[in-house]
Structures are given as structure tokens and as C-alpha cells.
Design a binder for this molecule. Structure first.
Ligand SMILES: [Fe+2]
Ligand SMILES: [Fe+2]
Length: 178
């Protein structure tokens, strides 16, 4: 119980820290150099706090993936920048995010909240943004590796083959941190 409580507090603080999010022009240039035009447009459509989060995940992954082949490093940084693209499918407000964090450990309350017209869409998008993002990536004809990593970025039980499994571990580690 204590563990769940401190996790909820940590998550709420993450959400609140995101309020002061900034992305510098240098970071915009760096991101644009790593993504295709289409991917960069998608990154730009994320709200500022999600862009900040994705950049921090990308920096962490870049640092931790130095021992991998260059191709894998590039894939991991690209997916880091795009992994939460599913969150663009609704205009998420701060209070949606806080409410979702609070309800995450109470599936019955979460299901009840999802049935209200005001909360249905935002909670659905927050709960399913990994599959929503993967579905969009598939429709756009992106690579299977990108689709798989986006799809499983919140799945602790994913069983992928190497080197994808290691990339997913790093992505999840960074995602938890920021
Ligand atoms: Fe996510
Ligand atoms: Fe994330």
C-alpha cells in the first residue's frame, strides 16, 4: 500500500513538474535532424510537456545505448521521441492526467469514470495511448520495430527477441524516470 502511495505521489509530481516544460530552439533542431518530416510533425503536435518528456527519454536512451550498434541507437532515440504519440488523440488537460494517475490503481473506479461522457475519451486515450500510437504508426507504414516498441512501451511482460528486447528495457527504464 505504501509502495503504491509513493508511486502515485511520484507520478503526480512528474505531472506537475511538466507544467514548467520548455523545449529550446536547439532541441527543436536536434529533434528535426533525427526524424523524418512526417515524424517531426507528429512530435510537434504533442503538447509541450509530452515533448519535454520524450526529449528527456531520448537523452537518457542515447546515453545508455552507446554500446549498441548505430542502427539500434538511432531506432531507440527515434522511438523515444515518438513513443507517446498516441496522446495526441485527445486534448489532454493536466487534471485528466492527475485523475488517471490517481485511478490507475483502482480499476473499478477507473472503469466507472470511463463510462462518464466527460471522462471517457481522455481516460481511454491515457490508458490506451500505446496501442493507439502503434495503430497510427502501422497506418502510416512505419517499420515493424517502431510499431512494436511503441505498442509495448508500457508492457512489463512483453517477450521480444534481441536486440528489440534490450531497446524496450531501456525505453521503459527512461519512461519510468521522466
Ligand atoms: Fe506512454
Ligand atoms: Fe512516456
Amino acid at each position: 500500500m505504501k509502495k503504491i502511495f509513493s508511486k502515485v505521489i511520484y507520478r503526480c509530481r512528474q505531472v506537475l513538474w511538466a507544467l514548467n516544460s520548455k523545449v529550446t530552439p536547439e532541441e527543436e533542431t536536434w529533434t528535426a535532424s533525427l526524424l523524418t518530416k512526417e515524424e517531426y510533425t507528429i512530435f510537434s503536435q504533442l503538447n509541450l510537456s509530452d515533448q519535454r518528456h520524450c526529449l528527456d527519454v531520448a537523452y537518457y536512451c542515447k546515453e545508455k545505448a552507446k554500446h549498441l550498434e548505430e542502427k539500434q541507437q538511432k531506432l531507440l532515440v527515434k522511438v523515444s521521441l515518438l513513443h507517446d504519440m498516441g496522446k495526441r488523440h485527445h486534448r489532454l488537460q493536466l487534471w485528466h492526467r492527475i485523475l488517471y494517475v490517481l485511478l490507475q490503481n483502482h480499476p473499478n473506479w477507473l472503469n466507472k469514470a470511463k463510462k462518464t461522457s466527460l471522462l471517457q475519451k481522455p481516460l481511454e486515450v491515457l490508458a490506451c495511448h500505446s496501442s493507439i500510437g502503434a495503430e497510427e504508426a502501422k497506418k502510416r507504414g512505419w517499420s515493424n520495430d517502431v510499431i512494436t516498441l511503441i505498442h509495448h512501451h508500457h508492457n512489463p511482460h512483453a517477450t521480444l527477441e534481441q536486440p528489440l528486447a534490450e531497446l524496450l528495457t531501456l525505453l521503459q527504464e527512461a519512461d519510468e524516470k521522466y
